[in-house]
Ligand binder design. Structure first.
Ligand code: LMR
Length: 394
């Protein structure tokens, strides 16, 4: 049965976890997988989430099925968190999903059901798992230019020209904030231009928001998404709690639909839940229940927001310090964009060979496209990785 199978290629991001763990060098630096780390290199359980878990264990008297949409309180709370208090909730439906990837796939399955010949436009570059998820759902893929590696900025004019060729009914996947892998983000005026374009061309915006609270702040990071939601008749969203609630392994996300009206929202939701039933039936409960407890309790929520803000500010500080260290080591402003990028990632613009040399010769781990996770930078020793990076430049 399996004799004709070839081994699947390892996932380029997840493979780094094992490589890094197996590296015995004491000074190794992990800038690979997108996981938040504190000053000690740990990824702690957030205070409010820990408390919510305690309450959950004490109060839970059954583990019977919840239903295809998972925890409905979680879904309501997440819709509010993402769309904001002014949203038209009668047009919004949300389904708890197994992580951000599960939410992406669920939305992709809905798109396939509603438009069997749908083409989805992905940013070039984008998170490496976007393509396999969309392909697995049977969607056609095209790409729009997004990033200028030399300046570290968004190629907005090129992005708009590419999207101007999309045909009515095509879907545009946009990173809600903290673009992965580049760290270069759209500003509010650019989001407004995109909203006009998608309306004019009859495109469907699909926002992936996996890092809300890691860029400019919890509400600020949803500005573009909310601006779209105010203007467009329909849109879809995949959100993740992996990073901003640090519940990575519990797989917590939500797939959301904004429809033209409540009746259409109900129909779309029923199709999405039927797709869920065919893939995994129901999402896992624990992490989403803990997130719901945090979001529904004013004290826990305030503490979660405060801790999230500490994490965001730490990443900003690390960005500035690393850009300074790279300036010192390279005697140039080549990497200054690291300080102005937002979120967890920046893409440095190194070749795969240079990235490989960094790993082999210096124990500095980053994704092959030279994406770094700034949260992994050593706060007290920025010059060592900066020096290593400069040493592999041509
Ligand atoms: C990342 O981009 O590193 C994270 O989202 C982890 C993953 O699943 O790829």
């Amino acid at each position: 049965m399996f004799e004709d199978l070839q081994p699947a290629p390892a996932d380029k991001i997840l493979a780094l976890i094992g490589l890094y763990r197996a590296d015995p060098r004491p000074g190794k630096v992990d800038l690979g997988v997108g996981v938040y780390k504190d000053r000690d290199g740990k990824t702690p359980v957030m205070r409010a989430v820990r408390e919510a878990e305690k309450r959950l264990l004490q109060s839970r008297d059954t583990m019977t099925y919840l239903g295809l949409a998972g925890d409905t309180g979680f879904n309501t709370a997440m819709s509010g968190l993402v769309f904001g208090p002014a949203a038209e909730f009668s047009r919004i439906r949300a389904a708890q999903a197994p992580g951000g990837s599960g939410a992406l796939r669920l939305v992709a399955e809905l798109l396939k059901r509603t438009r069997s010949d749908a083409t989805i436009w992905l940013s070039d570059p984008t998170w490496p798992n976007h393509m396999p998820v969309m392909r697995a759902a049977g969607l056609e893929i095209r790409e729009y230019s997004y990033f200028d590696a030399a300046s570290g900025a968004v190629r907005f004019a090129d992005m708009m020209s590419a999207l101007a060729t999309a045909k009515s009914g095509d879907v545009v996947l946009l990173h809600g904030c903290c673009h992965n892998p580049t760290g270069a983000n759209l500003d509010t005026a650019q989001w407004a231009e995109i909203a006009d374009l998608v309306i004019e061309r009859g495109l469907l915006p699909f926002v992936d928001i996996a890092y809300q609270g890691f860029g400019e702040g919890l509400d600020a990071d949803a500005t573009g998404l909310r601006l779209l939601a105010e203007k467009v008749p329909e849109m879809v969203v995949a959100s993740s709690c992996s990073k901003n609630f640090a519940v990575y392994r519990d797989r917590v996300g939500a797939a959301m639909i904004l429809a033209k009206d409540s009746a259409q929202a109900d129909v779309a939701m029923s199709q999405m839940l039927s797709a869920a039933r065919a893939m995994y039936s129901m999402p896992p409960d624990h992490g989403a229940a803990a997130v719901r407890i945090v979001l529904e309790d004013a004290t826990l929520r305030a503490d979660w927001e405060a801790e999230l803000e500490e994490m965001r500010l730490r990443m900003l500080r690390l960005r500035v310090q690393f850009a300074e260290a790279l300036r010192r080591q390279s005697n140039s402003d080549r990497f200054d964009f690291v300080a102005s990028h937002r979120g967890m990632f920046s893409r440095l613009g190194l070749s795969e060979a240079q990235v490989e040399r960094l790993r082999a010769e210096h124990g500095v781990y980053m994704v092959g496209d030279s994406r770094i996770n700034v949260a992994g930078l050593p706060e007290d020793g920025m010059d060592a990785p900066a020096k290593a990076i400069v040493s592999v430049l041509d």
